[in-house]
Ligand binder design. Structure first.
Ligand code: HEM
Length: 108
């Protein structure tokens, strides 16, 4: 099923303490989330990721619907050692919708 980006914008409020997205988005505690789709995890050169996130990228983790779903459902399970201090989203509709919202800021 397709996610609902408008609902995803509401879900993204859970991320806003640490992430910006959209025009002029800057890194906060976490990296900005523009142009995420198709990008290797830990791939922004001007943000300081954990070693775990860099290693995940080196091992082939690329952000797509499914990989974002799995990371956001259980960040520390999906990328062991990530410094993203977030328990994860438990509801499938929230996961689907926030991923659809993030896709609106990606060219892919
Ligand atoms: C990393 C999404 C909540 C802090 C990331 C990445 C994504 C993401 C996709 C990887 C980015 C990349 O590889 O360039 C989200 C979403 C959230 C959320 C959609 C809400 C549902 C949070 C919260 C915090 C946070 C609440 C702070 C308490 C971080 C940090 C990283 C990160 C510090 C870097 C992780 C590392 O280097 O291991 N986030 N995040 N995030 N996020 Fe979040």
């Amino acid at each position: 099923a397709q996610g609902d980006p408008d609902n995803g914008a509401q879900v993204f409020k859970k991320c806003l303490a640490c992430h910006a997205v959209g025009e002029n988005a800057k890194h906060k505690v976490g990296p900005h989330l523009n142009d995420l789709f198709g990008r290797t995890a830990g791939g922004l050169g001007d943000y300081k990721y954990s070693n775990a996130m860099h290693e995940a990228g080196e091992n082939g983790l690329v952000w797509e619907d499914e990989t974002l779903h799995d990371y956001l459902a259980d960040p520390r399970g999906a990328v062991k050692g990530t410094k993203m201090a977030f328990a994860g989203l438990k509801k499938e509709d929230e996961l689907r919708d926030v991923v659809a919202y993030l896709r609106t800021f990606s060219s892919e």
